[in-house]
Design a protein around this ligand. Sequence first.
Ligand code: 8YV
Length: 326
Amino acid sequence: MKKHVVLYKKLSPALLARLQAQAHVTYIEQPGSAEGQQQLRAALPQAHGILGASVRLSPELLDLAPQLQGIASVSVGVDNYDLAYLNARRIALCNTPDVLTQTTADTGFALILAAARRVVELANWVKAGEWRGSIGPAHFGSDVHGKTLGIIGMGRIGEALAQRGHFGFGMPVLYHSHSPKPAVDQRFNARHCDLDTLLSQADFVCLTLPLTAETQGLIGAREFALMRPSSIFINISRGKVVDEAALLQALQQRSIRAAGLDVFEREPLPSDSPLLGLDNVVATPHMGSATEETREAMARCAVDNLLAVLAGERPANLVNPQVLAS
Ligand code: 8YV
């Protein structure tokens, strides 16, 4: 008997056909809308599997899915899921960690360069017809090469960022994580340090942490006050790791130089957000992994993960292996 899958992330025709060959698929185009939420609630009672991302699947919602065996998230972050609940119900949660690492680190460096060299601000200035002669100090940015790169969270993406900084831009690398990583120290001539040291010494402070109960609100007014007026803050992790009001104040008061932000406390970022009125903010739409190649690879990984779970096999990227324990 074909299993039932609820899908709320658009798949390429080839991947959709692959999934439909193995399961009855109910596709929900706008899961965040009121109508989409109704469609989701109507489909969950029959669901054996769920595939999607960027939507919170609360315990209250998943209580509507008594037959649910597995969730395949098209993401590396799993903060949209209640792990304790899934473990208690022995529902497998899968993610897509490796395939997006390099692309997301590229996004991190895009933000480092854009914020430091004022790329967006000056490109808009040219487009507005304001360029009328050689630019002077009022339009100067700051260097990236040779500056100190600070990375908070040394996982796959943090390591890829360190690789770019060390080999690509000759940057000394500081990092803060639960424990030192000798292989990272050796490969990138990096140095593990406490958070306050990193904040006070790094020219670029980059967040590559997952959002957890431990990391929520980790970077607030105290932490921004430790940074220097010449330092630049980069967030490619989750918006809620940061106290956004404190970030806004630091940027408005220029106690930090600038910020490159791909994630926000509320997403989409409201169009009236005061962050958008600041020249020293580069804001992008949570596009960390958003390339054609990488999103297809992530979706392919998610389909593989879910089909494995539904076939009673161990998926390649299982977040909660304890659910398979007999
Ligand atoms: C997007 C991400 O949320 O992988 C993550 O955790 O934040 C991003 O890659 C995801 O790709 C949406 O499909």
